[in-house]
Design a protein around this ligand. Sequence first.
Ligand code: FES
Length: 110
Amino acid sequence: MHINVTDQGGKRHRLEALEGFRVMEIIRDWGLDINAECGGACACATCHVYVADEWLDKLNAQEDEEVDMLDEAFMVEDNSRLSCQIIMSEELDGLEVSLAPGSEKERVAA
Ligand code: FES
């Protein structure tokens, strides 16, 4: 099983994925630049991704808390989701997402 993730610089990565993991965890564990500050508690919106249109219907529905948290994210689009709220399953094999602006780790100025 795998997912395809386009990073903030436009580079596409094919990542192996395991069922039951949060998409945010897969992206983070493969070392891509995702802040995911709250660790998946739906409390930060720094795991914001855009989901390719053809996959939107296959995702689990959004809970109210995800909708509320997305309200605080930057540049929210109709296909915005919090990747910590998407749970990997067989159905999502091949899922296509892009990391949204603001999902990268904060850099400390030198
Ligand atoms: S990791 Fe914080 S909302 Fe997803």
